[in-house]
Design a protein around this ligand. Structure first.
Ligand SMILES: [Zn+2]
Length: 719
């Protein structure tokens, strides 16, 4: 052995020796302190874990040596551990993993530890420490919204916990159990065939009128028919109308595939393809505009033979797009190709529809779902047109746009009510390991109202719901009174418009999606469930449930219900609120996902509740000012001089809400400033944006939003 190697061995042996001594010393100390009760062992108890590490415990008497305030701070610091200011270490209730969650704070909702008392701006004073504790490259992360996705997941966990097939008591539970069974047994094909067999007897193209009714029948199942029937709002009054809008011309490829899969003959496939070719080959100039009788036939097909008929008056008005390319092509092809081929085409639509239902759970390789074809609507929106792309989230539901447009119009309602099954296909295909998640996600897409109810029950306590009811009435009065005052009211050029806006607020109902039927924020009607049996496959349940959703949306139309009877346009768990605004009235919708800290808690004191969820309610009410054509522009420029001009519609809702807060005796401008600063503060990406948005911002920028409200309050209010 070389001498150097010997030296190395000696040094290894010596260090091992000292390590052992160290280990023995630590173990002896552990033994000693555990006996005395001043520490606890961190050893996992496994034979593979010989460690003797321990953590000292401080006895209550030990803490008593510190003075009281230091003791509170010490506890807060220990609970915060590695988390950012405003967050607390938490053991996840489902996974058992260590996470950081929002610190709860009541009765005052203000979280002081996230503020930097030496900050130069209001958002730094109230939120600076949280902002500085993290950094993001792109986009924004807002204090009041950063954990919205986690809350959605928490609500999903409530559903997951009740998912056992043996506990499948509700329709939702039965669907999920049936769906997992289908995935486990790989019976999706047979299930799709059963769904097709449910649809095809409803199709009859013997006359043009009957063919159009068949189109309506398919539209009421949210299939890719030549026309769709959505819920709109009448131009001259404020009633809902059923509106026949453009649908889809299916490609020959998807027709051929789908009809083959459901077992139709080659003759039927060829006829459907011939009809589809005829539809796409007509020259644009050869089309005749849709007539009212044709639109009526489509609408009739959506409800014929259902329970809705019992609610129908002598005549039912129908609105329709005068230029409806796909429907005009269907009508022209009927004249040229005849009823037999038309019958095969509508069968093809039904086959594609069954596969669309299937694609919500299982992806079929090579299957091409029809691309959504809809000409851009020429909609003369009074507020800014909605150019933001919004995807489909569920039947009747859209994905909330990135940049929140919370003053929504008929167009959003129409888009949400014409979401087709094929727009809801699953992102991942199910196998046995993912069946739980994929079937849950499919359930969310077809049982939207049930999920609103679940979100409401999970997030809103009876006590909080009762307080919100009282608060909504107070806020309505306060915002109406604010419009009477000149500071905000003078934004209207004309006194008649101002008075109309004030009266609109007084008539605005506040709705919370998923609230119990008949209570202050709930809708009046009960969801009429489809007729399902244990023989129905999962995909048949999807198709039946789709029809039930359609008929539920048609009921307020045929009964001339208040516009607040519309179903929520976004999922109940989203942290969102909006005002559906028409020329004559308004409806304020709050989604249960927003009724969580830092916006609301049943133990918040009055000042905290009114300046948080109350501020959001007031902001929505104040959107009755959104018609900029009614404004005194010169006054608007003075009032909102520190806002970018593109954000004026939102800005006036913000400062109008802030002014309304000041009508509550227990609110000062500092409490409002503090609340609003924490609601709208956030981290802003440090990288320059990759592309510049062609559109100027709609909302005042993060942080500036709170700062400007504080500046407004200091200028106009002294309290
Ligand atoms: Zn807004």
């Amino acid at each position: 052995m070389h001498e150097a190697q010997f030296g190395l061995l000696v040094s290894v042996a010596i260090s091992l020796f000292f390590a052992l001594i160290g280990h023995v010393t630590v173990c002896a100390e552990l033994h000693n302190c555990v006996d005395k009760g001043t520490c606890y062992s961190l050893n996992s108890g496994s034979v593979l874990d010989p460690s003797c590490s321990f953590r000292t415990t401080v006895t209550p008497a030990g803490y008593a040596l510190l003075n009281a305030s230091v003791q509170y701070d010490a506890m807060q610091r220990l609970n915060r551990g590695v988390c950012s200011p405003g967050l607390r270490q938490q053991v996840d209730s489902v996974t058992g993993d260590m996470t950081c969650t929002r610190k709860r704070s009541w009765p005052s909702a203000l979280i002081e530890e996230i503020g930097d008392p030496n900050g130069a701006t209001d958002h730094e004073r109230y939120c600076g420490k949280w902002i500085d504790a993290g950094s993001i490259a792109y986009g924004e992360e807002m204090w009041a919204w950063y954990d919205a996705k986690e809350t959605e997941n928490d609500v999903d966990n409530v559903v997951r916990a009740r998912g056992a097939a043996r506990m499948a008591a509700t329709d939702l539970g039965k669907f999920r159990a049936s769906c997992r069974s289908m995935v486990a047994s790989n019976s999706a094909g047979a299930s799709a065939k059963q769904a097709y067999d449910l649809l095809s007897p409803g199709l009859d193209a013997n006359s043009l009128d009957m063919a159009l009714e068949s189109v309506g029948f398919l539209a009421s199942h949210y299939c890719d028919a030549p026309a769709l029937v959505g819920v709109g709002i009448g131009t001259y009054d404020d009633w809902f109308t059923a509106k026949v809008v453009a649908g889809t011309v299916l490609s020959t490829q998807s027709l051929r595939n789908a009809l083959y899969v459901v077992g139709e003959t080659r003759a039927v496939r060829d006829e459907a393809v011939a009809y589809a070719n005829a539809m796409s080959e007509f020259l644009y100039t050869a089309m005749e505009p849709t007539t009212q009788d044709q639109a009526k036939a489509v609408l009739r097909g959506t409800y014929r033979g259902t329970w809705i008929v019992g609610y129908l008056g002598p005549s039912m008005n129908v609105a329709y797009d005068a230029h409806n390319g796909p429907l005009e092509r269907f009508v022209a092809a009927y004249a040229a190709q005849g009823s037999a081929k038309a019958q095969s085409y509508v069968k093809g639509v039904a086959a594609v529809c069954s596969l669309a239902a299937q694609s919500m759970v299982v992806a079929e390789t090579g299957q091409m779902l029809p691309a959504y074809f809809r000409p851009k609507m020429a909609h003369a929106s009074a507020t800014r047109p909605h150019t933001t792309k919004t995807g489909a989230a569920a039947l009747g539901r859209l994905v909330p746009p990135d940049e929140e447009h919370d003053a929504v119009t008929e167009e959003t309602l129409l888009n949400a009510s014409t979401v087709r099954l094929s727009a809801l296909s699953a992102l991942a295909s199910a196998d046995r390991t993912s069946a739980r998640e994929v079937c849950l996600s499919a359930a969310k897409r077809v049982f939207p109202d049930e999920f609103d109810r679940i979100a409401f029950n999970a997030l809103v306590t009876p006590r909080l719901y009762e307080r919100l009811g009282l608060l909504a009435d107070e806020i309505r009065e306060a915002t109406a009174a604010t419009l009477n005052q000149d500071t905000i009211g003078s934004i209207f050029a004309n006194n008649a418009d101002r008075l109309a806006a004030r009266n609109k607020i007084l008539a605005t109902k506040v709705r919370i999606a998923g609230a119990p039927r008949g209570t202050w924020a709930g809708i009046d009607r009960e969801f009429r469930r489809p007729d399902i049996t244990s023989d129905d496959s999962a995909l048949t349940i999807i198709v039946k449930q789709a029809r039930a959703v359609y008929l539920d949306r048609l009921l307020p139309v045929v009964t001339n219900a208040n516009i607040c009877e519309h179903p929520a346009l976004y999922a109940g768990v989203s942290r969102n609120a909006y005002l559906l605004l028409t020329s004559g009235s308004a409806c304020s919708m709050i989604l249960p996902g927003l009724i969580v800290p830092p916006f609301a808690d049943e133990r918040y004191d009055d000042a905290s509740l009114v300046t948080r969820i109350g501020f959001v309610m007031a902001h929505e009410f104040m959107h009755v000012t959104a018609y900029r054509s009614q404004w005194n522009e010169a006054y608007a420029q003075t009032l909102m001089s520190n806002y970018p001009e593109s954000t004026y519609v939102e800005a006036v809702a913000d400062i109008g809400a802030a002014a309304s807060m000041m009508r509550f005796a227990y609110v000062t401008n500092e409490t409002t400033c503090a609340s609003v600063s924490q609601l709208f503060c956030g981290r802003v990406g440090w990288m320059p944006p990759l592309w510049t948005d062609p559109e100027p911002p709609w909302h005042p920028p993060t942080n500036v939003r709170g700062d400007n409200v504080c500046a407004f309050l200091r200028t106009y209010f002294t309290r």
